[in-house]
Ligand binder design. Sequence first.
Ligand SMILES: Nc1nc2c(c(=O)[nH]1)N[C@H]1C(S)=C(S)[C@@H](COP(=O)(O)OP(=O)(O)OC[C@H]3O[C@@H](n4cnc5c(=O)[nH]c(N)nc54)[C@H](O)[C@@H]3O)O[C@H]1N2
Ligand SMILES: Nc1nc2c(c(=O)[nH]1)N[C@H]1C(S)=C(S)[C@@H](COP(=O)(O)OP(=O)(O)OC[C@H]3O[C@@H](n4cnc5c(=O)[nH]c(N)nc54)[C@H](O)[C@@H]3O)O[C@H]1N2
Ligand code: SF4
Ligand SMILES: [Mo]
Length: 711
Amino acid sequence: MKTAHATCHLCEACCGLTVDIDGGRVTRIRGDERDPLSRGHLCPKGVALADVQHDPDRLRTPLRRRGDDWEPVGWEEAFDDVVDRLAAVQRAHGRDAVGLYFGNPVGHSYGAMLYGFAFMEALKTRNVYSSQSIDALPRLLTSFQLYGSQAVLPIPDLDRTQFLLVLGANPVVSNGSVMTAPDARRRLQDLRARGGRLVVVDPRRTETAALADTHHFIRPGTDALLLLAMLHTLETEGLLRPTALDDVLEGRERLLALARPFAPERVAAATGIGAAEIRQLARDFAAAPSAVCYGRLGTCTQAFGTTTSWLVDALNLVTGNFDRPGGAMFAAAAVDLPALAQRIGQRGHYARWRSRVGGLPEFNGELPVAAFADELETPGPGQIRALVLHAGNPVLSLPNGRRLDAAFGKLDFVVAVDIYLNESTRHAHYILPPAFGLENDHFALLFHALSVRNTVKFSPALLDAGPGARHDWEILLALTTRLLARRGLRGSLMAAGAEAVLGRGPRRLLDVLLRTGAYGKGFLPFKKGLSLAALEAEPHGIDLGPLTPRLRGLLAGRKIDLAPALFAADVPRVEAHLQAAAGELVLIGRRSLRSNNSWMHNSQRLVKGPARCTLLVHPDDARRRGLATGDRVRIASRTGAIEAPCEVSDEVMPGVVSLPHGWGHGRPGARLAVAAAHAGVSVNDVTDETRYDPISGASDVNGLPVTVTRA
Ligand SMILES: Nc1nc2c(c(=O)[nH]1)N[C@H]1C(S)=C(S)[C@@H](COP(=O)(O)OP(=O)(O)OC[C@H]3O[C@@H](n4cnc5c(=O)[nH]c(N)nc54)[C@H](O)[C@@H]3O)O[C@H]1N2
Ligand SMILES: Nc1nc2c(c(=O)[nH]1)N[C@H]1C(S)=C(S)[C@@H](COP(=O)(O)OP(=O)(O)OC[C@H]3O[C@@H](n4cnc5c(=O)[nH]c(N)nc54)[C@H](O)[C@@H]3O)O[C@H]1N2
Ligand code: SF4
Ligand SMILES: [Mo]
């Protein structure tokens, strides 16, 4: 038996793991006490990583469809045939006829991320989609507009702030998002222990709200009204002082003028938060020695996602809580993504083109998933006829999954790079299963840059994937070079170039990135400078200290417009929402400590116990409909209806019901034995792809009008 150290890649928290391995199998996973960021923390998913690692349903060899069945096929044959078919579709119907969807796990694999760029370049389709547009797109667009780069992402200085205002996030369960914060629970308890305050604004009394000094229920989709009323209060009560960043801020007067019509009294009914409470919240925020407002999934995946994300930053900026300890700050990672993004020209771009059918804007080369179904179904040049699915499960994860499910079934060709034969990959003609988890090296390329503390760590693979295995990056590289090689002499040269640069694997690239990064030149304790070898000598990772101010360097002479025209133009729509129909039930989601989006339900230890895919209904709403806990209820929307068990609970506010996403297993053709026995229903069978934030195109899945009746 050996014991070694690794990093959990399942969520943004990147917890350090101590792993016992016996005979090539993981026998035990514990939290690594010596990891400078996670300090021993481990959640139930981290323990269950072993279950996925050794899951008998996990695919180990490429599969090719034979009618309704599958046959194993060799890698080279599979690569050749897949690329033949993709190239044929592009030749016959144009580049955009091949669609690409990549899912959340790509962001957790530095190899898949780096090689994914190359693959996208080779495919050259405009039909690129990802889970980002049902996640953080409004946050990225806000950064692009305000700071000139999607990679300049403000992170709450969680470990030092004296006042944290959380809107639409549940870090005690999620362990942070666009805020890498392992053991968020302890960090929040520490905040209160040092005399700081935690205020949570959420339509559900979440696990995070349970730790808070104050929790305000808020009617879904009304955060922008709340933030405008807070800005109004700050101005009218004279609570705004000059800030250290005033010389780089523009448009302060325009911002305050936009907020002027929104007195707390005017937004109280729509938000569900009393005017006195809103005023007090603004006063407390302004009076705190340091404060930070943090908005996440609930503020992004709603009707006003971009405007809300902007106002969150605006509040931090005008109160002087930006780029200073205890406020919103910026990580300085060993591989500094904002600097890298600048160097490789990936600062972002917006609306350079729009989707063919719905006219939704691209962001940084990607179209919002709200446009996906139309682009699959609507005939004409540019229609998607073949699809590459990389580490995504859109049938369960995207709005109106049923429509996508049907559309995928009609495609000429689908290839999936995935470890499971699941609800989405069952539509594939080929499934190419990569090495997984502890068979991969880990480096938190993305998440070191989103972290509440600067650390750096590299974890080499602990398990041998076996001679027949391929890593995500190897699969992407094989497809990339083959695609290029089919494009004549120039393509062949590019393929040879790609092979020469990328063929030695992502470790080489990472070493270059580390050596050319901010710590590459030499720093204590590495007088020689940071390199991959230096990192490998420190299996627990290296602490680089708390976040430090650095915004001015990131702005590189640019000023921050506090009220960009693109966002300001949305305020009348926010104002119109004051009159939104009250009384109708709206649906929100929720996450659980024992669930990871749609793909860890094949772990017995995660799914055991009482069913978790239940509809939370407030007692008043239940009484009115004659519902009790355990009743089956029918949840209906424009797109369809599903049935789930009812759970009466005052955890949700009146008028709001909550159902988690990622369930709805047991579909014919999928191969997930445990998940099928704990199927649940998919909330995305009732979410609506036509509902999105019009600025970014991000899907609005929180605040969906539904009718709920006894089934
Ligand atoms: N209604 C509603 N919908 C939501 C959300 C919500 O809150 N409410 N949340 C949204 C969010 S934030 C996200 S991120 C998305 C997620 O949306 P997706 O990314 O589409 O879905 P996942 O469930 O993460 O599925 C990941 C897939 O990757 C596969 N996989 C896992 N590890 C690997 C790997 O290492 N390599 C490869 N190649 N494949 C792998 C899994 O088998 C699975 O098929 O869901 C979104 N959908
Ligand atoms: N255990 C576990 N951890 C995870 C995941 C998981 O599936 N399971 N998924 C990972 C992923 S991909 C992501 S993106 C992160 C997400 O991490 P978080 O951003 O923390 O996401 P959620 O837990 O979905 O929290 C969103 C909150 O918004 C609330 N909400 C809904 N609508 C509104 C609204 O209009 N206004 C306000 N103020 N609140 C609203 C919901 O009630 C919910 O509490 O979590 C990651 N971590
Ligand atoms: S919090 Fe995230 S990174 Fe940490 S053990 Fe759980 S799933 Fe893994
Ligand atoms: Mo996500």
